[in-house]
Design a protein around this ligand. Structure first.
Ligand SMILES: [Zn+2]
Length: 111
């Protein structure tokens, strides 16, 4: 089991990369909520910010924020759809994924 702190660092690093690329929302991301941030508030906030931007990175940024929120709430690494543990291998490749491999594949097929 990879330590959650390592995952969080990985996610924040990625977030910083994406943020640097998406200058329009960079200022917003420059005010990271530190301690007692509310998961829902952050997600709502990000929805608002990212709405209409249309960048490819937006979905990933949002997914990363959601993942960080899940780390906070202790549900990180559990599929948000079916509730099983997401494999460490998968999290290594896509640390922000909310879905296990089976569910992710199901989503892709619907597109
Ligand atoms: Zn699943």
């Amino acid at each position: 089991m990879v330590h959650l702190r390592a995952r969080e660092e990985q996610l924040r690093k990625r977030l910083a990369e994406l943020g640097a690329r998406l200058h329009r929302i960079d200022d917003h991301l420059g005010q990271p909520p530190d301690s007692d941030w509310e998961d829902n508030a952050i997600e709502a906030e990000m929805d608002e910010v990212l709405e209409g931007l249309g960048h490819a990175g937006n979905a990933e940024i949002q997914a990363i924020y959601s993942a960080l929120a899940r780390i906070k709430s202790g549900t990180y690494g559990v599929c948000t759809r079916c509730g099983i543990d997401i494999s460490e291998k998968r999290l290594d490749v896509v640390p922000h994924t909310p879905l296990c491999r089976t569910c992710a594949r199901g989503v892709e097929q619907k597109r």
